[in-house]
Ligand binder design. Structure first.
Ligand SMILES: C[S@@+](CC[C@H](N)C(=O)[O-])C[C@H]1O[C@@H](n2cnc3c(N)ncnc32)[C@H](O)[C@@H]1O
Length: 343
């Protein structure tokens, strides 16, 4: 059964339905359609990485960056966004697959799938190309006889400190988190601006990533911050950042922006994504603004930092009556929006 229009998943599905079935763990964001195709012939479990991944899933499901393989002798993944994400997949496969077990990795040419063959060979075992089609490729590595060793996500964590006013935020980030291991330039500017900006008491950090913006605001007395992100790695990172900064009482939720708590909040703050999956998409900022507008008190504000070239005034004006540039330099703007237009 063809279950998806995604060219990489289609190619993975074709490659996997040509070989004898085996107990399989499918792992990664957006992979549910593959489980529909594979589960007819073998036990399949799915470990997702995104708040929406559970949708429509009919096999055992877990949202996790650290999946147990259990009985699975086949691990099926999509080329991750970062080399740190790939390193974690290879660590997992080499530590948790039995000897002869299979790692299947599908990816598009522009995702750099060809470059994954060498590290797969070095870390897991001999690699063959199982299929090339639709500008994509499916690589298959069989776990070699080398000694098994524990895979620990902790070895892939990055930590760095960020000063904020009189305090220091201790940022913790797991692979596949936005700006893994570094302070994003937009976030840096927003934090600098926030040091002198007016305050809120009930705050929503929408698309919190590793949690730095929410953590910064949580250092202020009397604030209650809720952090929300659709990514499993981001929420794991944000919880760890808050804990390391002594702010663990503030909740971090795995959810799409549309499903964030209703509040109301005096301040919704974000560094919004401008990619949906792997494609550039300005519409997500508009979706974030709409979600914020529905959650703000009458005098509440929506604050967003964004690259100057993205504009955004028209997108934001659809959801707020007053849209101002609160701060800008040659590369970024901090937008301040009030007067939510709620239908
Ligand atoms: C540009 S990053 C900013 C992360 C963090 N706030 C920072 O400044 O470092 C945007 C974040 O939005 C999250 N995101 C993307 N789409 C989302 C959605 N539909 N709902 C909730 N979060 C989403 C991403 O996972 C990512 O962590």
């Amino acid at each position: 059964m063809t279950a998806t229009a995604d060219p990489v998943l289609l190619t993975l599905e074709e490659a996997l339905t040509e070989v004898p079935p085996a107990p399989t763990l499918v792992w990664g964001a957006g992979m549910a359609p593959l489980t529909w195709a594979l589960s007819a012939s073998a036990p399949v479990r799915y470990a997702g990485l995104d708040a929406g991944d559970a949708r429509g899933v009919t096999v055992p499901y877990e949202a996790t960056l650290d999946p147990a393989l259990g009985e699975a002798t086949r691990l099926v993944c999509r080329m991750p966004r970062s080399k740190e994400g790939l390193a974690w997949i290879l660590d997992l496969a080499s530590a948790r697959l039995p000897v002869g077990g299979e790692l299947w990795l599908g990816g598009h040419a522009r995702e750099g799938i060809r470059s994954a063959a060498r590290p797969m060979e070095e870390r897991v075992g001999p690699v063959v190309t199982a299929r090339t089609k639709r500008h994509g490729r499916v690589l298959l590595a069989r776990r070699g006889p080398g000694p098994a060793r524990e895979a620990s996500l902790d070895e892939h964590v990055r930590r760095f400190d960020v000063p904020f006013g009189p305090t220091v935020l201790r940022c913790v980030s797991y692979p596949e988190t936005f700006a893994h291991g570094r302070l994003d330039e937009g976030t840096r500017r927003l934090l600098t601006w926030l040091e002198h900006a007016p305050r809120g008491k009930r705050i929503l950090d929408l698309g919190c990533g590793a949690g730095l913006i929410g953590a910064a605001l949580a250092t202020r007395d009397g604030t209650q911050v809720t952090l929300v992100d659709a990514s499993v790695s981001a929420t794991l990172s944000a919880r760890a950042t808050l804990a390391a900064s002594g702010l663990a009482e503030h909740p971090v939720l795995l959810a799409d922006a549309d499903d964030a708590p209703r509040g109301p909040f005096d301040l919704v703050i974000t560094n919004p994504p401008f990619h949906e999956g792997r494609e550039q998409d300005r519409g997500i900022a508009s979706r974030f603004a709409a979600a914020a507008a529905r959650r703000l008190t009458g005098s509440g504000r929506f604050i967003a930092v964004a690259n100057r070239h993205l504009g955004y005034r028209d997108d934001l004006s659809q959801h707020f009556r007053k849209v101002d540039v609160a701060w800008e330099d040659e590369r970024y703007r901090v937008w301040c929006c009030v007067g939510a237009r709620t239908a």
